[in-house]
Design a protein around this ligand. Structure first.
Ligand SMILES: [Zn+2]
Length: 143
């Protein structure tokens, strides 16, 4: 077994069912086929007050988008959130995916290079390591 395959076998989602990476980074959400509103995570009924008929179907989101805004986490988060020590400040982005979904996620790149309006791509990356496993979540990487 090569090192890459070995590393992949040790990856585990922080929260099962919210995302996948087998066919590229994907968030598992939903979309209302009546009013086209995207949702992540999934919902049971459409929340758009202008929607005439809630028709929710499962939908995945991925690919690219634009950084709408961001904030900087410059101190360690409290439990149950986990992180690799020593703590390194990181950016939390609000991203408008090209598919219409606005979603919050940790940014891969250093805080110093963040800029509102930048093009980004959804990725699945480790957020902390424990017991020989890499626990993953969705993040955004600058293009
Ligand atoms: Zn709707």
């Amino acid at each position: 077994m090569n090192e890459l395959a070995n590393t992949a076998a040790l990856r585990e989602p922080c929260v099962p069912g919210l995302f996948s990476e087998e066919e590229g980074a994907r968030l598992h959400g939903a979309r209302c086929t009546c009013c086209n509103t995207p949702y992540f995570p999934r919902v049971a009924t459409c929340r758009n007050p202008a929607c005439e008929e809630s028709k929710i179907v499962p939908c995945t989101f991925g690919g690219e988008g634009r950084l709408w805004s961001y904030s900087v986490a410059d101190f360690p988060p409290p439990l149950p959130h986990r992180y690799d020590k020593p703590f390194v400040p990181y950016a939390i982005g609000v991203v408008d995916l090209d598919s219409g979904l606005r979603v919050v996620g940790q940014m891969v790149d250093p805080v110093e290079v963040m800029r509102v309006g930048a093009r980004v791509r959804l990725v699945i990356e480790p957020i902390h390591h424990e017991d020989g496993k890499a626990f993953t979540s969705w993040k955004f990487k600058l293009l």
